[in-house]
Design a protein around this ligand. Sequence first.
Ligand code: NI
Length: 452
Amino acid sequence: MRRVVYLAGLTAAFPSRMKLRYFSLAAGLLAAAPVAAQNAALNARIAKLAAQEEAKVIAWRRDLHEHPELGNQETRTAGIIAAHLKSLGLEVQTGVARTGVVGILKGGKPGPVVALRADMDALPVTEKNELPFASKARSTYNGQEVGVMHACGHDTHVAMLMGAAEVLSQVKKDLPGTIKFVFQPAEEGSLPGQEGGARLMVKEGVLDNPKVDAMFGLHINAQTEVGTLRYRPGGEMAASDLFTIKVKGKSAHGAYPWLSVDPVVTAAQIVMGLQTIVSRQTLLTEDAAVVTVGMIHGGVRNNIIPEQVELTGTIRTFNKDMQRKIWEDIRRTATGIAASAGATAEVSIENYAPVTFNDLKLTEKMLPSLRTAAGGADKVELQKAVTGAEDFAFYQEKVPGLFVFVGGMPKGTDPATTAPHHTPGFRIDDSGLTLGVRTLATLAADYLTSKK
Ligand code: NI
């Protein structure tokens, strides 16, 4: 997860189209025989094995937490993963998308291919928690000396997927098909000019050979109670786009503005104009959207009107049509306002991550499995759309995928009092990890056995 995310409970009213979508999901569940019910015996074994793994998974997580590595540098982490997967008898590929590891587990019978993904990277954050396994690691990031910390919980993701690999390898005789364990580097993004993360894994063919039919991933959450899963059909986490607007005018002495075409005033008008895109021009009952200007750069001195001002910002959307429309709205608004001032605006927009879009059919099909894993429908909650982005979206562009949130907050805690992701006080209660192991293993086993 690439931005600070606050996950509130789902009590607010949903827009009518979403309500309909959920209603039809519920109706579909009544009509189809739940996958999970067909696999009761296998699921019970998975639950038992996951419980037996708990101490190991927590020990892995704490070791990884103490030794975090920044994106594209996860060599120690990769070594631990590869050794574990090899010890389970899996076919292992290393150096995928730089430091990624892929393990292939072949079931006892032929069948489809399912992939499970965990991200491995830590962040340039200095840990402030007093824990026996707190990170003291330091590194350099973008030329700066920084502390390094698993401040988004990717250490838990690695540990949970290592646990799921061990659980599934113990029931492989009964699995019809193949499971790919995808340990991905650099989810938080690579340095400028450097490729990495899910985009590079896809480019290097992680979804081929054997070809993946469906993919599952999860994210621990510090504001969701231990024992709870959250999911959202459709757009769950936002597409993230970076835009840059270069406003070019004409420089002059600040005392003689009539001799200038003032790009500072024009840029200010553009900033205000951009505010009307979401508030006045976007169908907000369909999905949320965000347009934020995060940087304004221009000028060198108080009494010189500069020639150019540069605006940089981020766009967050939950569906492709809205994304395309907002791109056009930004271009039209910026160039139109600039033209009215006699200036020009050059707009460039770059996609960082697509929408984390949970395939509607796959979500409907796997909901009973989430409920089985969580031990009851009341432990599986609907998630509000999250305006943070997640590069799991790159896999979901190619194959149907489902991404869920797992609780990592101690029971009975007020989420408002817990440190957000990406901050020095971020903490995870690792008693929540067994549910993650069970969720990954149950999703994979149910998906494979339902495709017979
Ligand atoms: Ni994250």
